[in-house]
Design a binder for this molecule. Structure first.
Ligand code: THU
Length: 129
């Protein structure tokens, strides 16, 4: 996995953040198991609740194009190490029990986790089998 490239893409995506209300910009870039990259930014709304996080934008773009297995996802926010919200952790779980989650400030300042570190004892598709 080219971590630097993925972090760069997430930083680029953050520039496209539509966040006039919170003014908190977030970008994400994910790598699918087949090597494709999808990016996303947070997109807010005047009615507030229709807003979506950067991670879910990227994931929904990938899934809607037919890519449902996520190997890694990078998140870059406006705080020092922006961690994914609980809803996004659960959405990542749906498409990758072993997904690597990289919380980055820059290409050479990041922390790397496994999904299970950030969402232990999770509920997922296998539970419904
Ligand atoms: N946000 C994300 O996009 N991802 C996160 O991991 C944390 C929060 C967005 C949602 C909202 O647009 C703004 O950041 C402030 O919460």
């Amino acid at each position: 996995m080219d971590r630097d490239q993925l972090i760069k893409k997430a930083l680029e995506a953050r520039q496209r953040s539509y966040s006039p209300y919170s003014k908190f910009r977030v970008g994400a870039a994910l790598l699918t198991e087949d090597g494709r990259i999808f990016t996303g930014c947070n997109i807010e709304n005047a009615a507030y609740s229709p807003s979506i996080c950067a991670e879910r934008t990227a994931i929904f773009k990938a899934v809607s194009e037919g890519y449902t297995a996520i190997r890694a996802i990078v998140i870059v926010g406006d705080s020092d190490y922006t961690y994914p919200c609980g809803v996004c952790r659960q959405v990542i779980r749906e498409f990758g029990k072993e997904t690597i989650i990289i919380i980055a400030n820059s290409e050479d300042d990041y922390r790397e986790y496994k999904l299970k570190d950030l969402l232990p004892n999770s509920f997922g598709p296998e539970d419904l089998e």
